[in-house]
Ligand binder design. Structure first.
Ligand code: NAD
Ligand code: GLY
Length: 373
C-alpha cells in the first residue's frame, strides 16, 4: 500500500471552531489510510454507497479502512440502488436498518462513498442515528467534490420539493480522490461543472475568466485543470460555510440558479434532468432576469450563455413546462420568507445578491419567454 504521505495532495479546511474539518484533494487518496482513519470515531465503520460506485471503488476503500489487521475495525457496507429518484426517506431507513442490524453504537462512523445523492443521504442518516454520529465524505462525482460533500447540508427529496427534509450535519473530513473522475460519464462531468461555474458567477470574476479559457481542458479530464477547479471551488464554499453555516444570509448565494433548477427537477421527475443540468439552465434564467432588471449588460449575458453552452449544459428550459409550473414549485423554495419569493440574482458578473422585490409581471414574462426545447 502506498504511504499517503508520499501522495501528492493538497488540503484546505472548513473553519467551524471545534468542528473544523479538512478537505483533502489529490489522486489516489482512496488508498491513503492516514487521510481517513484519524477521522473515524471508533472501530465501527459503515460505508454507504450504491450499485454503480461499489464495483468501482468499494473494495479499495474497505482495504484502506480495514488496515492490515482486520480485527481492529469492523467495516461493513450498505449498497443502495442508484439514482436521484432513490433519494428518499425509504433509502435512509435502509441505512438505519443496516446500522441496527450490525449493532452499531454512538461511536460508529458512516463513510459516504459516491456522488451527492449518497453523500446527502448518508449525512442525514448520520445526523439522526442515535441522535447523531460521525460521518466522512468520500465524494466521487465532480459535483459532489466541488459542492455537496462540503458544508453539511444533508437530506432527501419529497415528491413536492427537492431536499425538503434534512438537517445541517457536518462531516469530520472530506476526502477527494481526483482519480475517481476517470470513470465518470461525460454528462455527469458537465453537471458538476455547472456548480463550478456558479462559484465564478457569484463571487470570482477571475475564476470565471479562467473557466472560459480552460473549459476544453476540464471537459477533456485534464487532471491539473480539474484539481485547480476543485480547489478553487472548495475554497469559496468553505469560506462561505464558515461565515454562515446555517444559511442565515450569505450562504443563500450558493443557490444561484437553484430556485429555477429545483422547479425543473421536480417537474421533470427526479433524475430525468441531472441536478447540475437543471442548475445550468437555472443560472441562465437568473442571469436573464438580472439583465431585465438592468443589472447585467448584454455582453455579460452573452458570456454566461456561451460558457454554459461550452460546458455541454442545456441552455433551454423543458418544452412541457409552463410559467405556472415553474411558479408552483418556486413558491415552496426554502429561501422564501412568508409569501415573498427570494431569488439569487447577479448584480454583475462575479457578484450576486438575494433579491425579494422582482416585479411579478417581469418574472412571469421571463418564465414565459425563456427559450424551450
Ligand atoms: P449522483 O449522486 O446521482 O451521481 C451521479 C451518477 O454518477 C450516479 O449514477 C452515480 O452512481 C454515478 N457515479 C458516482 N461516482 C462515479 C464515478 N466515480 N464513476 C462513475 N459513476 C459515478 O449525482 P451528483 O451530481 O453527484 O449529486 C447530485 C445530488 O447532490 C442532488 O441530489 C443534489 O440535490 C445534491 N446536492 C447537494 C448539495 C449539498 O450541499 N448537500 C449541493 C449540491 C447538490
Ligand atoms: N449547495 C448549496 C449549499 O451548500 O448551501
Amino acid at each position: 500500500m502506498t504511504a499517503s504521505s508520499a501522495l501528492p495532495y493538497q488540503r484546505l479546511h472548513v473553519e467551524l471552531d471545534a468542528r473544523r474539518y479538512p478537505i483533502h484533494v489529490g489522486p489516489g487518496l482512496l488508498d491513503a489510510p492516514d487521510m481517513l482513519v484519524p477521522y473515524l470515531a471508533g472501530r465501527q465503520v459503515m460505508i454507504v454507497t450504491n450499485e454503480t460506485v461499489a464495483p468501482l471503488y468499494l473494495e479499495r476503500l474497505k482495504r484502506t479502512l480495514s488496515g492490515d489487521d482486520r480485527d481492529v475495525r469492523d467495516v461493513r457496507e450498505v449498497i443502495l440502488p442508484d439514482g436521484e429518484h432513490t433519494k428518499t426517506l425509504a433509502s435512509v431507513e435502509r441505512i438505519w436498518d443496516a446500522l441496527l442490524a450490525a449493532g452499531f453504537n454512538r461511536r460508529c462512523t458512516l463513510v459516504a462513498l459516491g456522488g451527492g445523492v449518497i453523500g446527502d443521504m448518508a449525512g442525514f442518516a448520520a445526523a439522526c442515528y442515535q441522535r447523531g454520529v460521525a460521518f466522512v465524505q468520500v465524494p466521487t462525482t465532480l459535483l459532489s467534490q466541488v459542492d455537496s460533500s462540503v458544508g453539511g447540508k444533508t437530506g432527501v427529496n419529497h415528491p413536492r420539493g427537492k431536499n425538503m427534509i434534512g438537517a445541517f450535519w457536518q462531516p469530520r473530513a472530506v476526502l477527494i480522490d481526483t482519480g475517481t473522475l476517470a470513470t465518470l460519464p461525460a454528462r455527469e462531468l458537465s453537471a458538476g461543472l455547472a456548480e463550478v461555474i456558479k462559484y465564478g458567477l457569484i463571487q470570482d470574476a477571475d475564476f470565471l475568466a479562467w473557466l472560459e479559457a480552460r473549459m476544453p481542458a476540464l471537459r477533456g479530464l485534464d487532471v491539473e485543470a480539474l484539481t485547480e477547479a476543485i480547489l478553487r471551488s472548495c475554497a469559496i464554499k468553505a469560506e462561505i460555510v464558515a461565515r454562515d453555516e446555517t444559511e442565515q444570509g450569505q450562504r443563500a448565494l450558493l443557490n444561484l440558479g437553484h430556485t429555477f433548477g429545483h422547479a425543473i427537477e421536480a417537474h421533470q421527475g427526479y433524475g430525468n434532468w441531472l441536478h447540475g443540468e437543471a442548475v445550468g439552465a437555472g443560472m441562465l434564467m437568473a442571469a436573464a432576469l438580472s439583465q431585465r432588471l438592468g443589472w447585467l449588460a448584454a455582453d455579460d449575458m452573452a458570456r454566461v450563455e456561451t460558457l454554459v453552452a461550452d460546458t455541454g449544459l442545456p441552455v433551454t428550459a423543458p418544452a412541457a413546462m409552463s410559467a405556472d409550473d415553474f411558479l408552483a414549485t418556486m413558491r415552496l423554495d426554502k429561501k422564501n420568507i412568508d409569501d415573498r419569493l427570494r431569488l439569487v440574482l447577479l448584480s454583475s458578473l462575479g457578484e450576486a445578491c438575494v433579491y425579494d422585490d422582482t416585479p411579478s409581471d417581469m418574472l412571469e414574462s421571463l418564465l414565459a419567454d425563456f427559450p424551450r426545447a
